[in-house]
Design a protein around this ligand. Structure first.
Ligand code: PEP
Ligand code: MN
Length: 338
């Protein structure tokens, strides 16, 4: 349940509502908007609260039952879009964030070179995997902690915040020492121990949609992190598995505007994993920005034909630069900037 306070409700009126909610055994989540405060009532059986319980209290304008199973993630919970601040880079604002870099960190020189290239082209966040969730145990598994160190060095040199994947709850402290954003990959969208661990800390979390996951399942996974107390969550469409085999995945363009309807969290599009083909990355990235994505994640490699993972969907520096120019025009056309 959401309790909408009147505009200019007195602080003691808000406090009285919070106390009443807590007395009843529910958790409270306060959202202080510019005009009014919203009190989120969180609990497994909050649907049992009698109508009128809060409406009679001073300062309460109305209450709202959130029909979706996700509550804190729901658009009802916040009319305004959540903006996550990552070391000064806003994600979810009118300025579209671009996260770019290789699929995997391959060496110190390679990640530093790529960081410089993507920064110069206008990227705002550097991506690079150090712990790689590969389909085959015989494929390159990532450089692990050394890869994280190289990423951190690339951040020092370029000033770009970094995002990298964390694959298990036990790695959260280690990855958290280096990264600015935790990436949860499509194979881990429903790894609830990992989600709970990420909910207990405050660094932003970039949550990908599961390979065969529904939009509701994605938002329920976001809810795990939010309900743990971490409100810095962004959700990412990265393609889903369908009957189509001509592309690696089917990028679900519907998901972008639909997620913007259903949630206040920033929505990211990943056209690299969504298609698996570099030729499709730019068109789908442009489509996603036109459809309302708040950020784009793309894979860029200095020499894709020699990439240790995902070369076929990685952009060369030149192609990335061209894409950035095109994205600026599309962003402008939909009232945003890059
Ligand atoms: C990645 O970003 O390199 C990755 C492994 O993505 P996904 O989890 O979407 O497959
Ligand atoms: Mn990849």
């Amino acid at each position: 349940m959401i309790i909408v306070m009147k505009a200019h409700a007195e602080p003691q009126e808000i406090e009285a509502v919070v106390q009443r909610v807590e007395e009843m055994g529910y958790k409270v989540h306060l959202s202080r908007g510019e005009a009014r405060t919203i009190v989120g009532v969180i609990g497994a059986d909050e649907h049992l609260i009698q109508n009128g319980t809060f409406e009679v209290m001073e300062g309460v304008e109305r209450t709202l039952r959130v029909m979706q199973p996700y509550k804190l993630a729901s658009r009802d919970f916040s009319e305004v879009d959540t903006v996550i601040n990552v070391n000064g880079v806003p994600i979810g604002s009118t300025k579209i964030a671009v996260m770019a870099g290789p699929c995997s960190v391959e060496s110190r020189e390679m990640i530093i070179e790529t960081a410089r290239i993507v920064k110069e082209a206008g990227a705002t966040v550097l991506r690079g995997g150090a712990f790689k969730p590969r389909t085959s145990p015989y494929s390159f598994q990532g450089l692990g902690e050394q890869g994280l160190q190289f990423l951190a060095e690339a951040r020092e040199l370029t000033g770009l915040p970094v995002i990298t994947e964390v694959m298990s709850a036990e790695d959260v402290p280690l990855v958290g020492e280096y990264t600015d954003i935790f990436q949860v990959g499509a194979r881990n969208t429903q790894n609830y121990s990992l989600l709970k661990a990420l909910g207990k800390q405050n660094k932003p979390v970039f949550l990908k949609r599961g390979i065969s996951g529904t939009i509701q399942e994605l938002l329920m996974s976001a809810e795990y992190i939010l309900s743990g107390g971490n409100m810095n969550v962004m959700v990412c469409e990265r393609g889903i598995r369908t009957y189509e085999t001509a592309t690696r995945n089917t990028f679900d363009i519907n998901a972008v505007p639909l997620l913007k309807e259903l949630t206040h969290l920033p929505v990211v599009a990943d056209p690299a994993h969504g298609t698996g083909m570099w030729q499709l990355v730019a068109p789908i990235a442009k489509a996603a920005v036109a459809a309302g994505a708040d950020a784009i994640m793309v894979e860029v490699h200095p020499d894709p034909s020699h990439a240790w993972s995902d070369g076929a969907q990685s952009l060369t520096p030149e192609r990335f630069k061209r894409l950035m120019g095109d994205l600026r025009l599309v962003a402008q056309a939909v009232g945003r900037e890059i």
